[in-house]
Design a protein around this ligand. Sequence first.
Ligand SMILES: Nc1ncnc2c1ncn2[C@@H]1O[C@H](COP(=O)(O)OP(=O)(O)OP(=O)(O)O)[C@@H](O)[C@H]1O
Ligand SMILES: CC(C)(CO)[C@@H](O)C(=O)[O-]
Ligand code: BAL
Length: 284
Amino acid sequence: MLIIETPPLLRQTVKQWRQEGKRIALVPTMGNLHDGHMALVDESRARADIVVVSIFVNPMQFDRAEDLAAYPHSLQEDCEKLTRRGVDMVFAPAAEVIYPRGLDSQTYVDVPRFSGILEGALRPGHFRGVATIVSKLFNLVQPDVACFGQKDYQQLALIRQMVADMGYDIDIVGVPTVRADDGLALSSRNGYLSAEERRLAPELHRVLESVVARLKSGERHTGELLEDAANQLKLAGLTPDALDIRDALTLRPLTAESTRAVILVAAWLGKARLIDNAQVDLTL
Ligand SMILES: Nc1ncnc2c1ncn2[C@@H]1O[C@H](COP(=O)(O)OP(=O)(O)OP(=O)(O)O)[C@@H](O)[C@H]1O
Ligand SMILES: CC(C)(CO)[C@@H](O)C(=O)[O-]
Ligand code: BAL
């Protein structure tokens, strides 16, 4: 497995693969890899000849300095995992390589349809940072396909919109959320949980499942559903930060035309801000 840290070397290698007619898949990550990331790698492997994983803790998407400072780094273990998984290249640039003039004057990509709502309203600048780095990675790696997790639901919607709006010729694949046996979505930030908090954390998934069941049984009073869900989370010791039921395609409030809903949740548990979501077919 190649480990590359600079754009010129990356471009040279990618050019050669392209000349050989290889199909290239990209998995963008911030490292500290777990089985959720490995599902993205496996999906990429099934769709391409070459799998490139980027590992870059992108300072531009952090809205809180302490979140960036605390973010776990484990490049060596990550590379060992990816070698075992048959990945062809890891691209792991330093921040100065990606943002040589710092962040203040950096050209950016914004996706206004999705960047200012929901998570975007709570984390100012976050999605501009995500769209900008993903756009840069797309330009550098020039993949045919790129895989993203459905766990970051709004991020996936935003990237699909960016690809459509900017004319990238890249298939965007959304990969289902990988969970621990007790239902907790795998996440790098789960590492911040104490043993006791880890025991409580699956409540996030249980609450989503109970809202799904009620929507499936025909309930449509979203205010009541959300209030019950928030109370259930609080009773279990979590602090809800965001809880919404939205149209799964537009991420706007449900309308009579909505055929699919998504329930989006973010909650604090100790030092970790956990996110999760669940989708429901409203036509059944
Ligand atoms: N449990 C999971 N199942 C499937 N994909 C996942 C899962 N967790 C993360 N991903 C995906 O992996 C990619 C990289 O995510 P990232 O490196 O931020 O990992 P993370 O575990 O989500 O970390 P964080 O704690 O920062 O949210 C994203 O496309 C994300 O949606
Ligand atoms: C897509 C991504 C790697 C961009 O930094 C990040 O937002 C993430 O890990 O989901
Ligand atoms: N996986 C989302 C990246 C972030 O929270 O910054």
